[in-house]
Design a binder for this molecule. Sequence first.
Ligand SMILES: *[C@@H]1O[C@H](CO)[C@@H](O)[C@H](O)[C@H]1NC(C)=O
Ligand SMILES: *[C@@H]1O[C@H](CO)[C@@H](O)[C@H](O)[C@H]1NC(C)=O
Length: 114
Amino acid sequence: MRHGFYFLFFLLWDGRLLEGSNVERQLMKDLLTNYNKVLPVETPNTSLVVSFRLILFRIIELDERNQALVTNVEVVQQWNDIRLKWNASDYGGIQQTMIPYDSIWTPDIILYNR
Ligand SMILES: *[C@@H]1O[C@H](CO)[C@@H](O)[C@H](O)[C@H]1NC(C)=O
Ligand SMILES: *[C@@H]1O[C@H](CO)[C@@H](O)[C@H](O)[C@H]1NC(C)=O
């Protein structure tokens, strides 16, 4: 209980932490204001390259008789959204940030489980 209190106290006193999160909040607001979830390309006939990686973490089960393999994987998709850019010197030097997945355009790529 007492430890929790001191931790909170420290966070409130660390001005840089507060300032950093304010700048980041402002950046997210500026990026997402007027953002619409259409394909992020300059002209309608430009194509967007989405790279797709599958990282295999673990083979959970190999069923030879039914030729089935149960695995644990992570899908990583990467693309360039022309609307999500900013001048780092306007936002305290922030080079990267996190944005909620459902507030931006995302590729409509589905991994089928068969
Ligand atoms: C896209 O289409 C416009 C007009 O139809 C054309 O002028 C332009 O060259 C095209 N751009 C590309 C990258 O194909
Ligand atoms: C970024 O902002 C700084 C300061 O406002 C300015 O000097 C610089 O030219 C800008 N860079 C770009 C790429 O717009």
